[in-house]
Design a binder for this molecule. Structure first.
Ligand SMILES: [Mg+2]
Length: 220
């Protein structure tokens, strides 16, 4: 069982800058949920003769050289992810239906996008891309597990708050910090989705925005 994590000061200041609202809240991740990530990352890796060993939710130990399948170090993984986000943040493809589903939901719910995006300079690129795709909701950048940020965002909002994210780590963290949250594990890539076991705290495991919008629509 994970321990609740505190919200980071730099995230709390972004939360405090949001307009005050008592509407119900959907907190939604970006990578692999609204924007494709793994397909772009695979292209990036292939161009450098690197590959995923398994379609698993793990970077360190799971990214390796094509030639001999030896995994690269955690430091190299970190460096590649920084370069990767610098290169693709302005041009990631949208997961089909994300803009329509979020637009419909925004009639009833406030939508806040909570993303662990490396590189401060990439946030404006991401905001511009999302706005161009018709997804004009506030973007908050976090780092590390999201439980603290989700719990802080939920203050003053009606129950339940909805949390949508692909990462098992973030869902474990949210379950520890805000167990009342409705947790939707959305993984766009079917190969990665198939390797995930639905845990007890996950209310819906999906890669489909229509299904997600219909599920949330039945909650209120
Ligand atoms: Mg994600």
């Amino acid at each position: 069982m994970a321990e609740p994590t505190p919200v980071l000061p730099e995230v709390l200041s972004q939360i405090r800058a949001l307009p005050v609202s008592e509407r119900p809240l959907v907190i939604c991740d970006v990578d692999e949920v609204i924007l494709h990530l793994t397909t772009h990352l695979e292209d990036y890796l292939h161009a450098r003769e690197l590959m995923f060993l398994k379609h698993e939710y793990r970077f360190t130990g799971n990214i390796a050289h094509n030639k001999d399948k030896t995994a690269i170090s955690s430091e190299e993984v970190r460096r590649h992810l920084l370069t990767f986000f610098d290169e693709v943040s302005h041009a990631q493809d949208m997961v089909p239906g994300a803009n329509i589903a979020l637009g419909e939901l925004s009639e009833t719910w406030d939508i806040v996008l909570l993303t662990n995006l490396p590189g401060g300079q990439n946030k404006p690129k991401r905001e511009k891309l999302l706005a161009e795709l018709g997804i004009p909701f506030p973007v908050l950048t976090n780092s590390g597990p999201k439980g603290g940020a989700v719990s802080a965002l939920a203050a003053g909002r009606p129950n339940p708050v909805i949390f949508i994210d692909d990462s098992p780590t973030n869902h474990t963290s949210v379950n520890a910090s805000l167990p009342s949250a409705v947790q939707i594990q959305f993984i766009a890539d079917p190969r990665f989705r198939e390797t995930v076991e639905q845990e007890d705290h996950i209310d819906l495991l999906t890669g489909d925005w229509q299904e997600t919008a219909a599920y949330i629509g039945r909650i209120l």
